[in-house]
Every structure is written in C-alpha cells, then in structure tokens.
Design a protein around this ligand. Sequence first.
Ligand code: THU
Length: 133
Amino acid sequence: MPDFDALFSAAARVQPRAYAPYSRFRVGAALMADDGAIYAGCNVENAAYPVGSCAEAGAISAMIAGGGRSIRALLVLGEGEALVTPCGACRQRIREFAAPETPVAIAGPEGIRAWFSLEALLPASFGPDNLPG
Ligand code: THU
C-alpha cells in the first residue's frame, strides 16, 4: 500500500502556494511515481479563466520533468465540505500514466475522506493501450 501520509504531507505543503485569485479555491495534489519519488502540484489560475490548470496537471508535469513515468497512487487535497474529486479532464490526464486499479485518495484539511480506483472515476476509459501499435 502506498504511503498516503507522505502524499498528504506533500499535497499540504504545496496547497497554500496555489495561485487561485479567481476561485479562491486552493488545491494540492501529490502522487507516488514508479521511481519511488513523490511529485506535487497546485492549481494555477489565469485571468483568461479557461487557461488555468489543476493541481493534478501540475503534479503530473512535475513527475514527467523529474523523471517519473507512471503513477502508483495519487492524492488530491481541497477545501470545503464537498469531496474534491478530479475534474473530467484530469481523470483522463491521470489515465495516461496510471492503471485502472490505481488508488486515488481525496482529502480535506483534516485528512483523507475517500478512496477511489481510477476505474471508478473513469470507467471503460480510453488509454494508451487503446491505440494500435
Ligand atoms: N481544481 C483542481 O486543481 N483540482 C481539482 O481536482 C478540482 C478543481 C481547481 C481548478 C480551479 O483552479 C479551482 O480548483 C476551482 O475549480
């Protein structure tokens, strides 16, 4: 089982650094990669609203730049009462680097609130294996 305490700490470290002046909703994400390292990211918004990027996208970029190639586990940390589950686009971004059984933990400030498999979040997904060759 991946070390979700370490993922929570990594996400909590970057969440306050989120650039979210428009939504004021700060999100941190952290993932454990195949190289054993933890990579984190936060949301970065933009005055041109659709150009903003999610915390998960930042964590994936950090993984690729850092030399990781696949996701073993991922945690998303948000604020408020509702579960901060990844948006649809990020589910597909995660799918590129994770297997359907990969665990995704959703946390609030007090700790982990729920676990999902990627398959539960994105059933019957289209991934790299669906392409020929
Ligand atoms: N957001 C994330 O970064 N990750 C999620 O899983 C949900 C939403 C960001 C996008 C935007 O900057 C803000 O939260 C409000 O939607």
